[in-house]
Ligand binder design. Structure first.
Ligand SMILES: [Zn+2]
Length: 184
């Protein structure tokens, strides 16, 4: 993602292969558990059902958005991700905001990216966290688009369920990349 609005960070980060495999599995597991292959699956609802507030950039005043971007966990400016603890109730508030002037596919990519930050428990902006969120989003978006186009997950689900799909991908990763001991 070479977008000059994205980040001023020059440093790049290469994820180790065991972590790449782990993130692939986490993305597949997340979507499989949510039944992403079912008709009418709504990824935004699935994320909201996890207690995460989803908001469009257009719902904010521009100056407020700039302030929020400063404390966002994400370096990517098309979306932001906040995890804050309410000082009175001690409740953890999690919010994802996204640039809603983008296309539906881009918005999906943004929201998955920010969700990745939350899922992985990132606590600060850093190239490592960005690399993880980018990979998570790429895998999840790919699965969603592949589903829309080819209904792969739906075919597999009819033929034995999501669990087998997940186990199949896990086995394939281990076989092809020699990963050992990927635990989730
Ligand atoms: Zn990010």
């Amino acid at each position: 993602m070479k977008d000059n609005s994205e980040t001023t960070e020059e440093e790049s980060y290469v994820l180790p292969s065991w972590r790449v495999n782990q993130i692939i599995l986490i993305a597949v597991r997340f979507l499989t558990d949510e039944g992403y292959y079912e008709d009418g699956f709504d990824y935004q609802k699935a994320i909201q059902n996890k207690g995460i507030l989803l908001k469009a950039y257009s719902a904010f005043k521009p100056e407020n958005l700039l302030e929020l971007q400063k404390i966002s966990l994400s370096l990517w400016k098309e979306g932001l991700c906040l995890v804050a603890t309410d000082s009175e109730t001690q409740q953890v508030c999690r919010m994802i905001a996204y640039n809603d002037s983008k296309t539906a596919a881009e918005i999906m990519q943004i929201i998955f990216h920010e969700y990745g930050h939350i899922l992985f428990g990132h606590t600060e902006q850093c190239p490592n966290a960005e690399a993880e969120a980018i990979l998570f989003s790429a895998i999840a978006t790919f699965l969603m688009i592949a589903e829309q186009q080819f209904h792969i997950g739906q075919l597999v689900a009819k033929d034995g369920g999501g669990e087998r799909f997940f186990e199949g991908i896990k086995a394939g990763l281990m076989e092809n990349f020699g990963t050992q001991g990927v635990m989730l």
